[in-house]
Design a protein around this ligand. Structure first.
Ligand code: NAD
Ligand code: WQD
Length: 341
């Protein structure tokens, strides 16, 4: 029998790529999304890439009633919970919206999983929980730092909620994947990252600048204590990241976990600076990205990258795609969306 996975936020950037990889790996997938940060095109993209008539339910994970209908309509043994709001700045302005949408929806899902006997949860956590680590690279044992935004705090709170609810419920298992900086797009260019409004994240800002939608990129600071003065991050290809979810779900289904609740870093283990990333993008795609150096962005950490040993050895997962491939895919996607030849 095929295993089924409920993918909340499955029309989003990471959720849509994960739906594709799950289907490629032989899983049945049900996508749930309220389209607060996405639209039907992503679901159509998943269907076109996989050739599967993937069921889609428009529902808000904050609504227990809407969600429960889905728990009654479909049979699944695992949930991957991507649905959340993710803009750090907005979370400072609207903390309650973030606590409701990110924490409230997670509690809803976990309660319904308990009620309907659904055992396995993969939760989208973030390297933001490490803040600026004292020692690099960050391992899963690196202490979490107090969150500097309500968004970051929701990730810490949800990790703890998952740990506690898994401990209290027999048969239940949970994996928190701490993503570093997800970038790129599917090689088909049928799905990718499409932020609404002015992008907060680096790569969408670069692709939109290359496409002429933004005049120039602002590089936030060149006076950090790093080789070229710009910040260091661990940029993980979204298809590689999607595959980490497939192995995480399998691990729980096959009972391979060492504990009921586990945490894994999902990154490449390789630090890349902002300037290196911009230059690589220009070189690989043979396109200009005008940029200027400006002051530091408030809240940015200087450097963070992953120790990926645990994911490599325990999950048997490793990032495979090169930065060149990833940045080429990001540009192909932007060109397709903007109709650039
Ligand atoms: P995204 O905004 O593209 O995807 C999230 C999806 O969830 C969207 O399609 C949105 O419409 C949907 N959604 C939001 N609230 C919902 C609700 N209440 N009910 C139903 N659907 C809802 O974001 P993403 O980059 O794909 O991120 C997915 C997850 O990964 C999020 O939990 C995010 O916090 C986490 N994460 C993202 C990054 C990143 O840099 N992209 C890094 C670390 C962690
Ligand atoms: C990367 C680097 C910027 C934009 C954020 C969240 C984090 C996680 C991932 C969800 C930084 C620089 C950026 C620009 C720039 N999300 N930059 N000009 O800040 O590492 O992480 O997304 O969990 O929680 O905080 O990612 O892509 O915004 O920035 O110079 O226009 O690019 O200063 O060094 P960040 P980012």
């Amino acid at each position: 029998m095929k295993n089924s996975v409920l993918v909340t936020g499955g029309a989003g950037f990471i959720g849509s790529h994960t739906a594709v990889e799950l289907i490629n790996a032989g899983f049945d997938v049900i996508i749930v999304d309220n389209f607060s940060n996405s639209d039907m095109a992503a679901v159509e993209g998943v269907r076109t890439i996989t050739g599967a008539d993937v069921p889609f339910e428009k529902a808000d994970c904050n609504s227990r009633e809407e969600l429960e209908k889905i728990f009654k309509k479909y049979k699944f043994d695992s949930v991957i919970h991507f649905a959340a709001s993710k803009a750090v700045g907005e979370s400072v302005e609207k903390p309650l919206m973030y606590y409701r949408n990110n924490v409230g929806s997670f509690v809803n899902i976990l309660e319904l999983m308990n009620k309907h006997g659904v055992s396995n949860m993969v939760f989208s956590s973030s390297a933001t929980v490490y803040g600026q680590p004292d020692v690099l690279p960050a391992t899963e044992q690196t202490p979490r730092k107090p969150a500097t935004s309500p968004y970051g705090n929701t990730k810490q709170i949800c990790e703890d909620i998952l740990r506690d609810s898994v401990a209290a419920c027999e048969g239940m298992k949970g994996i928190a994947l701490r993503y570093f900086n997800p970038i790129g797009a599917h090689p088909s260019a049928l799905i990718g990252e499409l932020p609404k409004g002015v992008p907060n994240n680096l790569v969408p800002f670069i692709t939109q600048t290359a496409a002429g939608i933004r005049k120039e990129l602002s590089v936030f600071g060149d006076d950090y204590n790093t080789p070229d003065g710009s910040c260091l991050r661990d940029y993980i290809d979204v298809v590689d990241l999607a595959k980490a979810h497939v192995v995480a779900v399998r691990r729980m289904i096959e009972n391979k976990g060492k504990a009921k609740y586990e945490i894994f870093n999902i990154g490449t283990g390789v630090p890349v600076s902002v300037l290196e990333l911009v230059n690589t993008f220009q070189k690989v795609n043979n396109v200009k990205v005008p940029y200027k150096i400006v002051g530091r962005r408030q809240g940015d950490v200087e450097a963070v990258w992953a120790d990926t040993k645990l994911a490599n050895t325990e999950l048997g997962w490793k990032a495979e795609r090169s930065l060149d491939e990833t940045l080429a895919a990001a540009w192909s996607w932007e060109k397709r969306v903007r109709n650039i030849k």
